[in-house]
Design a protein around this ligand. Structure first.
Ligand SMILES: Nc1nc2c(ncn2[C@@H]2O[C@H](COP(=O)(O)OP(=O)(O)OP(=O)(O)O)[C@@H](O)[C@H]2O)c(=O)[nH]1
Ligand SMILES: [Mg+2]
Length: 343
């Protein structure tokens, strides 16, 4: 049963089977092959779920906020998927347990699906797995997908910034705002949250954020709002939800011939997804070609013999068009290429 093929699982998932959905997530994380098969299989069933990114420093309350948002979205019957990327940050080791406790509350609710993705240490993992996971939840019928990522590191920021609406969560602790600026969080936020507003310094944090935002040059008709929350008590989360809806409405607005901001963001996301898929496919192709007879293994041998440095060899492989695996027929019918060193 564990070896049920991906396409069969996809069929069951599309019929609403949650266990099939869970299995598909495991496959997505496991291999590039099944990832491509799954993404292909669900493609006709995508319906453009709204993607909300929740990012910020470790322990800021992102999961608590996501949980509060789920509750509010469910009141209007919207189906919600949550992806928690690397929830077990070393800074708040209790998070996994916390996530599990919260998860239990939504466990019997068929309109909610929460999944943790472990991609830590795998630089490309995030950009490959997260978009595919969003697609999976979309195909399952989720109206909204919340993606929680820790706002540290370039890859995390890039993943977060491809959401339709990005919520940056900060806390009143001294210096947090400055760190956020350094980490590049100020640039990607559509909505800022000062969580743990029950702690001293919340107003100060909000005015720091306001000041930092004023330095930027957004040049749009959206002025990122700052929402104060005490997420552990559910306070302020409704206001955050309302701001999310407002931002979405503005993004969906089109004026004249101009494409909507939403289309623009999604095009950006699709281009990134394409680039990630391409890198994945090309990398696999290189591994195949280099370990079988052909120009790449010859170049590898020359590097091994010290005749060429690895970069010169790579440049020759690309420049010579050797990354295209040719069939026997093609090889025969093409005129021989001039050797790049010939002149
Ligand atoms: N005092 C206070 N504590 C809060 C508030 N919101 C969340 N917490 C607590 O802060 C801790 C961390 O919350 P999480 O929601 O797990 O934070 P997170 O940002 O998801 O953490 P990581 O995923 O590990 O980065 C938990 O113990 C929460 O109960 C708040 O508004 N005030
Ligand atoms: Mg968390």
């Amino acid at each position: 049963m564990s070896s049920e093929p991906a396409h069969a699982l996809v069929q069951r998932m599309l019929d609403g089977d949650r266990r099939a959905l869970a299995r598909l997530f495991t496959l997505l994380e496991q291999s590039a092959e099944s990832r491509s098969e799954i993404v292909k299989g669900i493609h006709p069933r995508l319906s453009g779920a709204y993607v909300i990114g929740v990012t910020g420093p470790p322990g800021a309350g992102k999961s608590t906020i996501a949980d509060g948002l789920v509750r509010i979205f469910r009141e209007s019957d919207a189906k919600v998927g949550v992806l928690a990327v690397d929830p077990s940050s070393p800074f708040s080791g209790g998070a996994i347990l916390g996530d599990r406790v919260r998860m239990r509350r939504h466990y019997l609710d068929r309109g909610v699906f929460i999944r943790s993705l472990a991609t830590r240490g795998d630089q490309g993992g995030l950009s490959r797995v997260v978009p595919a996971a969003i697609r999976l939840l979309d195909a399952f019928g989720m109206d909204v997908v919340i993606v929680e990522t820790v706002g540290v590191g370039q890859t995390e920021l890039e993943v977060a910034s491809t959401a339709d609406t990005v919520v940056v969560t900060l806390v009143p602790e001294a210096g947090d705002g400055v760190q956020a600026m350094k980490a590049g969080l100020m640039e990607i936020g559509d909505i800022f949250v000062v969580n743990k507003a029950d702690r001293p310094g919340a107003d100060r944090a909000a005015s720091d954020i306001r000041a930092a935002l004023a330095l930027g040059t957004p040049g749009t008709d959206w002025n990122p709002p700052i929402v104060m929350t005490e997420a552990h008590r559910g306070k302020g989360v409704q206001e955050l939800h309302d701001k999310l809806q407002e931002h979405r409405a503005i993004l969906e607005r089109t004026s004249g011939e101009r494409t909507s901001g939403l289309d623009e963001r999604r095009r950006h996301r699709l281009r990134r997804e394409f680039a990630a898929a391409l890198r994945e496919v090309v990398a696999a192709e290189i591994d195949t070609m280099i370990s079988s007879d052909g120009v790449l293994s010859e170049l590898a041998a020359r590097v091994q013999a010290g005749e060429l440095d690895p970069y010169a060899a790579a440049a020759e492989a690309v420049g010579g068009g050797h990354l295209v695996r040719k069939t026997a027929g093609e090889e025969a019918s093409r005129p021989p290429r001039a050797h790049p060193d010939a002149d």
